[in-house]
Structures are given as structure tokens and as C-alpha cells.
Design a protein around this ligand. Structure first.
Ligand SMILES: [Zn+2]
Ligand SMILES: [Zn+2]
Length: 148
């Protein structure tokens, strides 16, 4: 990594006294470059394209470490495998293609907050977070159907 391009996450971990192993730095940089939720297999594939080899147990150990230190969170979509994304990102939602499992982020304006606030009042429930995932077919997969 270029010295003028040090990742803020790495700086934070180093400041907390953690070692920045090659594997740890590489995994962090994958998440800084790719803004969609990634499975362990996808992380591995992205590492391989950068000529970095990390064995599976190290990869899972690093993922657990990053979750423990509030850098990653795991997300369970309607698929078998878990995905991971950075915790400290702007609030966003996901579009999930049920054919190819491509996942895209999207943002909503205030309209959802208004509804959530209303529900919160009616049910006297203190809302702390919400998740909105939309499932369907991505543009690519819609086109595939048309060709058939
Ligand atoms: Zn939202
Ligand atoms: Zn698709």
C-alpha cells in the first residue's frame, strides 16, 4: 500500500495496539474498494485477483477479528452464506438479485424515517435501527429472461 494512501481503518486498529498483518491489511482494503456486501468466498476471490493467498482458517479468523472490533458486520440475506460489510458507512439499503445474487446499495430520502417514526409512536417502541432489503431480478437477469 502507498504510504500516502493509508487506510483510516488500519490507522485506527494500529492506534488501538493491534498488529497489522499482511492478511488483515489486505482484507480491509478489499472492503474499502468494494462497496457491496461480500461473502468469505468472494473476499477470497478478490484477494486471489490481487495475488494474495490467505488460507481459509486465517480468513475466517480475520473476519471474526474485524467483527469483534466493530469494523465489519455480518448480514444474512435469503441465501445460505453470510455476507460482510463495513459497519461505518452511510445508512443504506440493498437490492438483491435472486437469480445471480448481485447485491447493490441504494439510499432513500426521509420518507421511510417518517413512517418509522409513526410506527415508533403508535407502538411506543424505541426504534434503533431498521433494515430494508428488496429482492428481485437485476437488469442483467431480466435481459436473460427476454432472450430465452
Ligand atoms: Zn433506511
Ligand atoms: Zn442478477
Amino acid at each position: 500500500m502507498d504510504s500516502h494512501n493509508i487506510s483510516p481503518i488500519s490507522v485506527k486498529l494500529k492506534g488501538q495496539g493491534h498488529r497489522l498483518t499482511k492478511a488483515r491489511k489486505a482484507i480491509i482494503s478489499i472492503f474499502e474498494k468494494n462497496h457491496e456486501p461480500l461473502s468469505a468466498d468472494q473476499i477470497n476471490m478478490l484477494l486471489v485477483t490481487e495475488n494474495i493467498k490467505i488460507n481459509k482458517s486465517t480468513l475466517y479468523r480475520e473476519i471474526d477479528f474485524l467483527i469483534l472490533h466493530n469494523i465489519l458486520k455480518s448480514i444474512q440475506f435469503k441465501e445460505k452464506t453470510k455476507r460482510y460489510e463495513l459497519i461505518h458507512r452511510d445508512h443504506h439499503h440493498h437490492l438483491i438479485c435472486q437469480i445471480c445474487y448481485k447485491i447493490e446499495d441504494f439510499k432513500l430520502d426521509y420518507c421511510l424515517d417518517t413512517s418509522v417514526n409513526q410506527v415508533s409512536k403508535t407502538h411506543n417502541f424505541k426504534v434503533e435501527d431498521h433494515v430494508l432489503d428488496l429482492y428481485g431480478k437485476c437488469a442483467n437477469c431480466q435481459n436473460l429472461k427476454l432472450i430465452k
